[in-house]
Each structure stands twice: as C-alpha cells, then as structure tokens.
Design a protein around this ligand. Structure first.
Ligand code: PGA
Length: 239
C-alpha cells in the first residue's frame, strides 16, 4: 500500500490528480464514489478542475458505495442527495450514469443486483473510500464477511452516533443501510482511502499495521494489489 501524508488540503489536491491521470488515460472510467465529510475537499478540487476545463467526466460513469435504508433520493440526508449537491450537479458527469444503491431495496437478493450492474459496466476502475471510527468501509461494519456483495446491513450504535450530527436527533438516524460488500470493494481495480483528523488515528494504525481481520473491515485492503492511502497529519499521527 502506498501511504501519502500531508495537510488535509494537500491530500485533496493529490487525490484529485489521480482522477486527472485516470480520466486522461481512460475517459470512460468507472468511478466508485463515497459520502461523508472526508471526501468534501476532494470533491471541491474535482469541481474546480472541471470548471477550469482541466478535467472532464463527460464519458465516465459512477457507482456510490452505500445508501441509508428507507430514505429516497429526495431526502436531504440521503446519500443520493449528498452526491448530487456536493459533486454531481457541479461536474460534467451525466447524472443518468451516476448510480447510488436504492435505499428502498428490501432484500439482499435485490441488493446484490448492484454488483451485476457494476460488472456489466466493466468493473470499477477507481474506488474512493472513507473509513469509520470502527474501521467500516462503506457501511461494512466490524464482523462483515470478506466475501460479501452489496447487501443490507444493520448500523452499529457507534456509526449511528457518529452520523447523528446530520439529523435532528439520533432517533431520526436510519437503523439500516444498503452497502457494497467487502468483495464488491475489493473487486475494484484500484482503491483510494482517505482519512482526516485525530479521531481516525487509532483505526488508521489498526488498518495499516494491525492484523487483517473482519473485526477491522478496512484491514482487508492490505490484501489488495493497488491501494493508496491519503492521510492528513493528524490521522497519521500514530503510524
Ligand atoms: P466521515 O465518514 O468521512 O464523515 O468521517 C467516513 C465513514 O464513516 O466512512
């Protein structure tokens, strides 16, 4: 794994360069996007590059990692809404080629159709990941089978607690989500994981330097042949 450590602003610029490189080589690349606070700096950079004419997503397509169960794309806390407002409406990626798992999916069987769609699109060239304080990637909470495809999960209380800042109260935070599985993520040709802030330092240490174990879902990335980890100085403090 390649580890890049710098300021939060600089890692966003460096990660954005990966998109410029990939899309100049392969304009119709398939991109895996993520939600959360962490990618916002990167999304601002991508927006800036597109608006300056230095980057184009016009031939690309995308698949997002996850979505809250029970929220449709109009809900202002849905991940579809987040992506539209923080990235898709500001870049030239045709909205009909952006995919987010449906929060209305009601069985693992229908959730796994997402993997078929990814395969039909040729597979993900570059998957972006944040990381939860408990090591989750997407919403694959500790204990998730490394062989999992897109499926419905019950969110842990720690994840609901971490995400309640966006809702009126903890009772409004969904209890379930639909997420790409660990195998879905590992099938991507290349992966970028980003982490910012001191709260992520212990889980970054466990992910990069600890055992590969479902107890720390992100540790599976040690087994992937093409991973870059972008950390700000605080997230890297315990390495
Ligand atoms: P964050 O979330 O970027 O808001 O810290 C990351 C995650 O939970 O995967």
């Amino acid at each position: 794994m390649k580890v890049i450590i710098d300021s939060a602003e600089r890692i966003a610029e460096l990660a954005a360069q990966r998109y410029t490189q990939l899309l100049s080589r392969k304009p119709d690349a398939v991109l895996g996007f993520a939600t959360g606070s962490t990618p916002l700096g990167l999304y601002a950079q991508l927006t800036k590059l597109v608006q300056r004419g230095e980057l184009s997503f016009a031939q690309a397509s995308s698949f997002n990692l996850d979505e809250y169960a029970g929220l449709d794309g109009e809900h202002d806390q849905s991940y579809r809404y987040f992506m539209n407002h923080n990235l898709f409406y500001h870049i030239d990626l045709p909205i009909e080629r952006t995919r987010v798992p449906s929060g209305m999916t009601d069985s693992d069987e229908s959730a796994a159709k997402y993997d078929e769609e990814i395969q039909a699109a040729g597979g993900i060239d570059l998957q972006l990941l944040g990381i939860g304080n408990n090591g989750h990637i997407g919403f694959n909470e500790p204990g998730t089978d490394f062989g999992s495809l897109t499926h419905i999960v019950q969110l842990t209380e720690s994840t609901r607690e971490a995400n309640k800042r966006f809702f009126a109260s903890i009772d409004d935070v969904p209890t379930h989500a639909v997420t790409m599985g660990i195998r879905t993520v590992m099938n991507a040709k290349s992966i970028i994981l980003m982490a910012i802030g001191s709260a992520k330092a212990p889980i970054i240490k466990a992910t990069l330097q600890g055992a590969v174990t479902p107890d720390v879902p992100a540790s599976v990335l040690q087994l992937h042949p093409s991973v870059e980890i972008y950390l700000d100085n605080e997230a890297a403090a315990l390495l």
